[in-house]
Write a protein that binds this ligand. Structure first.
Ligand SMILES: C[S@@+](CC[C@H](N)C(=O)[O-])C[C@H]1O[C@@H](n2cnc3c(N)ncnc32)[C@H](O)[C@@H]1O
Length: 369
């Protein structure tokens, strides 16, 4: 998290300059032989060295970053020597002053208090926070951002994931920049922010904005394209975004045809340029196997007449909730996605795919960086 301005309870007046590379040692993790005779750095043996290297890179990137460990207590309660938080504190990273250590277990908290007592330093703040990090992370990030930056400052989260820090920054009236390598994370954050801060202004860079950039992504990175395409129809990526064999399922959309029971529409993404009847046949077989009422085929190429005929032949299903029928196998092309076409499904349950953020009281960011 970048620190660009200081509020009154800020701990340090250190200048906002990059530190000299000589301030921290360059660490080469020791090579180890595993059971198969391969040379590799083993995590348990090299933890201290890896942490040192990590902290060095972390400090390079963030300058005044804060260290937050949500699951901080030593894994082996009777042997705290390799505890990450302890190793980080002992490493004395000169530019990291704020340490937030959380654990749900009271024995663990007692150990963290001991670690805190043994590692006090001038200008350093160590806070030990008891509680479930999954529920306290929002509050912790808000406290850190409030303490480490003034209103209008910019918060950078270079690995913004599900957007907790970005959300907290927005709520507190900071500017923010979030970076993430996956399109799923970006689309999740977009939905989260628009739900919590209606009218919020921000731009998304790097996500395909038109057909050409989507086709470019399809050609460059099969999985990123797949996850992006799945997010365009508000589907959950199948199998938690694992790469590899997926049994013909790339995403799932949940809906309730009778208003009560949840059913699945199975999404299959085809980024290639050659349309084939096999694509329709395979998806038809997949929805039969999975007992799913609907299959959605997202295609880069245009479907052939025969593909459309076979898709129509799969039939329609009834939705008592709307009193209408819907095609069981639906083909949507990339071009149609960009024209706003969505799967034709009754009572989609978006909450099942994306956790809905509660609407926030404060929604102050209207200007962009
Ligand atoms: C694998 S240990 C952490 C190891 C530690 N980071 C280290 O380097 O030695 C996992 C810790 O997470 C804590 N924990 C588990 N669930 C938690 C939750 N929801 N919130 C906070 N702490 C949790 C456990 O009490 C345990 O101390």
């Amino acid at each position: 998290m970048g620190r660009t301005a200081h509020s009154e309870d800020c701990l340090t007046d250190a200048p906002l300059l990059p530190f000299a590379p000589s301030e921290m040692a360059v660490v080469e993790p020791r090579g180890m032989r595993n059971r198969k005779g391969l040379s590799c750095p083993l995590w348990t043996e090299n933890k201290a060295l890896l942490i040192q290297e990590y902290i060095k890179l972390f400090t390079y990137v963030t300058k005044h970053g804060a260290y937050i460990d949500g699951f901080a207590a030593p894994q082996r309660r009777n042997h705290a020597a390799k505890c990450s938080a302890k190793l980080v504190l002992e490493n004395k990273p000169p530019w990291v002053r704020d340490f937030w250590l959380c654990d749900i277990d009271l024995d663990g908290i007692a150990l963290l208090e001991q670690i805190k007592a043994a590692n006090q330093m001038k200008g350093r703040r160590i806070e030990v926070l008891p509680g479930d990090f999954n529920t306290t992370v929002d509050t912790v990030l808000e406290r850190i951002i409030a303490a480490s930056s003034a209103e209008g400052a910019t918060v950078l989260d270079p690995f913004c994931g599900c957007g907790t820090a970005v959300h907290a920054a927005q709520k507190l009236g900071r500017q923010w920049i979030g970076i993430d390598v996956t399109h799923l994370a970006i689309s999740l954050i977009e939905k989260r922010l628009r739900a919590a801060f209606p009218g919020v202004a921000f731009t998304v860079e790097g996500t395909p904005k038109d057909l050409a950039s989507a086709q470019d992504l399809a050609a460059r990175d099969k999985y990123q394209f797949q996850w992006w395409a799945v997010s365009m129809v508000d589907a959950m990526p199948f199998g938690g975004k694992k790469k590899g064999a997926d049994g013909g399922i790339d995403g799932v959309i949940y809906f309730k045809p009778d208003g009560k029971r949840t059913e699945r529409a199975i999404v299959s993404v085809k980024g290639g340029l050659n349309p084939s009847v096999t694509m329709v046949e395979t998806l038809a077989a997949t929805i039969e196997r999975e007992r799913a009422p609907v299959g959605i085929l997202l295609m880069n190429a245009l479907p052939t007449r025969e593909m459309e005929r076979r898709a129509a032949a799969v039939g329609r299903f009834d939705a008592p909730a709307t009193g209408k029928t819907y095609p069981r196998l639906q083909i949507i092309t990339l071009a149609e996605l960009f024209r706003g076409k969505k799967p034709d499904l009754p009572l989609i349950d978006p909450g099942a795919a994306f956790r809905k953020a509660a609407r926030e009281e404060t929604a102050r960011q209207d200007t962009l960086l």
